[in-house]
Design a protein around this ligand. Structure first.
Ligand code: 13P
Ligand code: SF4
Length: 302
């Protein structure tokens, strides 16, 4: 069944001059057929650098939106247009305006996990792999960071010279990971290193031996001489971790699953290529405004 589907996808891909991008959190079957598998920053860059005129973005919808903002001449297909990251909706534009009125010397820094309308109001976007570097490089002392409070607190710790103020927002998958589950795994596997995504809350970050983006976690475990790891991020990364280090052990607590990332299926990839829909569309006025912080991220974050 899958072989037939995969053949159909490959044929449609050629016919439509399409590239398939997949985030590490989508199902392994999709990672297997993708041209690029990566974290949110690597995928945004791949969307710009790959010359093909159709992009199939296998991730949540803000990722497809960013690709369409950055590539107005390409068609960006989002196989599951209901795969919305709840954190991306947790921004109140009125609060951005209030902060701008209150502080003259302010940079509004926005996690890429946000909708185009939010990006249109901010100074620079970041992902978890470049947030510390970008915030540190900004000329402003006052930083209003939205929407991920956990990532924002982590940046504040790493960049103490800035006055970092946090908006409301969190990722329910990472925020509600239970430190007791991680401690129990550590008890069973005392030699295992704990690797955590900065979207996790403080109680997990404090237990971690390494904190980084999905790509950072994968790189750390691949390059490390250690052979056992407790992974505190969405379980989709397991596919790439095992592909790169089949001899190593990876342990996950229960429920590390993003239901929206799991809405992506091979069938939906095939159907969107066949139908040329759903397309990720952003109105031109929002797009041109949101392009500025995204381009700034590509410039400062590489
Ligand atoms: P990264 O891919 O940047 O690690 O982000 C994780 C995430 O939650 C994407 O939604
Ligand atoms: Fe959003 Fe969290 Fe899912 Fe990432 S893992 S898409 S931040 S809900």
């Amino acid at each position: 069944m899958n072989e037939e589907l995969i053949r159909e996808i490959q044929e449609l891909k050629k016919e439509k001059d399409a590239v398939i991008l997949a985030h590490y959190y989508v199902d392994g079957s999709i990672q297997e057929i993708a041209d690029y598998v990566g974290d949110s920053f690597a995928l945004a860059k791949a969307a710009v650098e790959d010359p093909r005129k159709t992009i199939v973005f296998c991730g949540v919808t803000f990722m497809g939106q960013s690709a369409s903002i950055l590539n107005p001449d390409k068609t960006v297909l989002v196989p599951a247009d209901d795969a919305v990251c709840p954190m991306a909706l947790m921004v109140d534009p009125a609060e951005i305006r209030e902060m701008r009125e209150k502080y003259e010397d302010l940079a509004v820094v926005c996690y890429i996990n946000s909708m185009a309308e939010t990006k249109a109001l901010v100074d620079v976007c970041v992902t978890s792999s470049n947030a510390v570097k970008i915030v540190r490089s900004l000329p402003q002392k006052n930083i209003y960071f939205i929407p991920d409070q956990n990532l924002g607190s982590y940046i504040a710790e790493q960049v103490p010279e800035k006055n970092i103020m946090l908006g409301y927002g969190f990722c329910h998958v990472h925020h509600y990971m239970d430190p007791e589950d991680v401690k129990a795994l550590k008890k069973d596997h005392p030699k295992a290193k704990i690797l955590a995504h900065p979207e996790c809350n403080r109680s997990i970050i404090e237990l971690a031996d390494y904190v980084g983006s999905t790509k950072g976690i994968i790189r750390y475990s691949t390059e490390s001489p250690e052979t056992e790891f407790i992974i505190c991020t969405e379980s989709g990364v397991e596919h790439e971790l095992r592909r790169l280090s089949p001899e190593k052990e990876f342990y996950f607590a229960a429920n590390q699953i993003c239901p929206n990332m799991k809405k992506l299926t091979l069938e939906k990839v095939r159907d969107c290529l066949k139908n040329g829909a759903p397309v990720s569309k952003v109105d031109e006025e929002t797009r041109t405004k949101a392009l500025i912080p995204l381009n700034r991220m590509l410039e400062l974050g590489s």
